[in-house]
Design a binder for this molecule. Structure first.
Ligand code: GTR
Length: 409
């Protein structure tokens, strides 16, 4: 057992001052203690790492339905953004029957060539992402903190109220499509297993996911992957450059989707924190007991067993980043967002780097937290900006700069 754990400080002499020796699992040592020394040995380690996250953290999802078994219908596709781009909304049905359909809102440039794209979940419904009367007002349960939300349902007043998080015109100007879907479409963000996608997979009499079965974040990740399948099947979007982006709980979800699904070219985590990019063993900011108490429906029940016992976790979150290797991953923090533990997010990048290097990339190019506003552009990227927990157009500029640097080379 001991063989499998590393003192993070030993990874690089330069990291000694930046990183405490937490005793996180070594991403390059098999569960049986054998070291992974060559790239050819990584797939086996990757598979067992993925299985550990499935069984102990997010829960195992059903197989993703092949795109041929899904159905997409375009609700509208029109010129928008002062003639510079188009706005489309589609409804996507997928098996088995009884599953709630997804609504995907896509803004894209009119280039005549397949464009790179970002897809991410939103918190408040597609109608909140842009003030446009044609976008469907989500009938799903929506958190009451949303502007224009009455009795947990959207009203017309909710249109465009989350537009600051979705700078569609900026993406278009930069040559990217930006797509979003509401996580509550597939599973409302509350501890209720009757109304979301899970119930369609329950055995007779089953009332909630069993230990090790997918919980809330995993269902959202599943929806993101289906949205990705859609984009990859359309001529307007380059199937080899579909990127995932997520903020906060949706950032945890984007990482889990990108870890499982190697079709995605790049993943951006914005302030994903606990259960996302931050090391659980770091012990700062949100702890497992906090997250599992406030959001009992996000992770598999097995994850709850580690409340206050982070040192016993079979994996830590640097290994989630490592599952994305060798594809680019960008971890973004905000200085005042201590709940998401910027330092722990940075340390996870450092600790994932050996896997990225083994696979022939430049890994992570920083050994101490970079100055505010300075983007680390290596295959594992990192950025920390001043300010609080949010995703803004300024953040999107960083995501697009990173994607330009990593995908348009
Ligand atoms: C917080 C939660 C975080 C993060 C955040 C968000 O309340 O503790 O883990 O997910 O919500 O999603 O905005």
């Amino acid at each position: 057992m001991r063989m499998r754990f590393v003192l993070l400080a030993s990874l690089s002499v330069m990291t000694i001052h930046a990183i405490e020796p937490y005793g996180i699992p070594d991403p390059l040592v098999m569960e049986n203690g054998k070291p992974v020394r060559e790239a050819a040995q990584w797939p086996a380690r990757r598979a067992e790492t993925l299985a550990l996250f499935e069984s102990g953290v997010y829960g195992k999802s059903p197989a993703l339905p092949p795109w041929e078994q899904c159905q997409a219908e375009t609700l509208f596709d029109k010129e928008a953004f002062a003639g510079k781009g188009r706005l489309r909304e589609v409804i996507i049905h997928f098996p088995p029957s009884g599953t709630p359909p997804l609504h995907l809102l896509i803004a894209y440039p009119k280039t005549g060539k397949p464009v790179p794209s970002f897809v991410g979940l939103n918190f408040m419904g597609n109608h909140a992402a842009i003030a446009d009367s044609q976008v469907r007002l989500s009938p799903a349960w929506i958190p009451s903190r949303g502007v224009g939300v009455v009795d947990n349902r959207a009203t017309e007043a909710a249109r465009g109220t989350d537009a600051a998080s979705w700078p569609f015109a900026l993406a278009i100007e930069r040559g990217y499509a930006m797509a979003t879907l509401y996580h509550g479409d597939i599973d409302p963000d509350r501890p209720d297993w009757k109304e979301g996608v899970h119930a369609a997979f329950f055995a007779a009499g089953q009332m909630e996911p069993g230990a090790g079965e997918w919980a809330g974040l995993a269902a959202w990740a599943w929806a993101l992957r289906i949205a990705g399948s859609y984009l990859m099947a359309q001529p307007e979007f380059d199937p080899r450059r579909v990127c995932l982006m997520g903020h906060s709980r949706n950032g945890k979800t984007a990482l889990w989707a990108g870890a499982q699904d190697e079709r995605f070219a790049l993943v951006v985590s914005n302030q994903s924190g606990c259960g996302g990019a931050a090391l659980s063993r770091a012990g700062r900011g949100e702890q497992l007991a906090d997250i599992n108490t406030r959001f009992p429906h996000w992770f598999t029940s097995r994850f709850h067993a580690y409340n206050g016992k982070e040192a016993e976790l079979p994996v830590d979150q640097h290994q989630l980043l490592a599952l994305i290797a060798p594809r680019p991953v960008l971890v973004c923090s905000a200085e005042e967002d201590l709940w998401a533990d910027p330092q722990g997010e940075f340390e996870a990048c450092v600790a994932a780097s050996p896997v990225y290097r083994l696979l022939g990339t430049d890994g992570f190019g920083a050994t101490a937290l970079p100055p505010l506003g300075e983007l680390v552009r290596t295959t594992i990227g990192y950025h920390i900006r001043p300010g609080k927990h949010a995703v803004t157009a300024e953040d999107w500029k960083v995501f697009l700069d990173f994607a330009d640097a990593r995908l348009l080379k």
